[in-house]
Design a protein around this ligand. Sequence first.
Ligand code: PBE
Length: 268
Amino acid sequence: SGDSEPTVRVGSKKFTESVILGEMVTQLARSTGARVEHRRELGGTTVLWEALRRGELDIYPEYTGTLRQELLSGRNLADDGALRTALAAEGLRLSAPLGFNNTYALGMKEAEAEKLGIRRISDLLAHPELRFGFSNEFMDRADGWPALRDRYRLPQKDVRGLDHDLAYRGLESGAIQVTDLYSTDAEIAAYGLRVLEDDLHHFPVYDAVLLYRADLESRAPEALAAMLRLGGRLSEAQMVKLNARARLERVPEAQVAADFLASSLGIS
Ligand code: PBE
């Protein structure tokens, strides 16, 4: 790599929380003087994973459940050590958990769920006419719609894929009645949505982590140490608030990240 190559290449997935976390990591690495590039909203989970493995990225925010159920599915990686060992074989490492779980969940408008008597995902069996709209990635992930449908024997046929950021407006307009929520989305409270109980425990825990190439340890040790300071620093309530600033108040992700780093880690 020549002089024009940045030392650290950060990636983020195409949704707000991932971009905020990518910005935090970027700014932390920059605070050590490193040259850092953030490839924002690069794509879905598979795109980020492949770019990291090819060496086109050095680090991006990921979730433990996504590693276990989707990226490394089919192996028994239930305990932490097994997951870390499987990643090490790919030249990859995991940070400490950042401190929050962002799980998938199914959601409906509160009033509609109440009227139909739906509290649990199992309750959807009695309502085959409901219109489902799922984020595109959820439509074909190993932990997504096909597996959820099989687990619960859900009968719905009106099921479409859509951009996650459009799902909430779809619920508002009535175009769809059920969608996959990300549990740290600020819209859940803002739109008054009911989160259905996953009574058969389909979804695993999705602890947020940083996933990075092991070679960063020798290539950019100071930048890496700075980025790893994010471990344990974000509660679920905190992440929901940060998502709310970006999504509901339309504050740019870089600003949301900068304000958080200044107030929580004293970095400016
Ligand atoms: N998640 C839930 C997904 C999107 C929503 C955070 C586990 C992921 O990015 O893997």
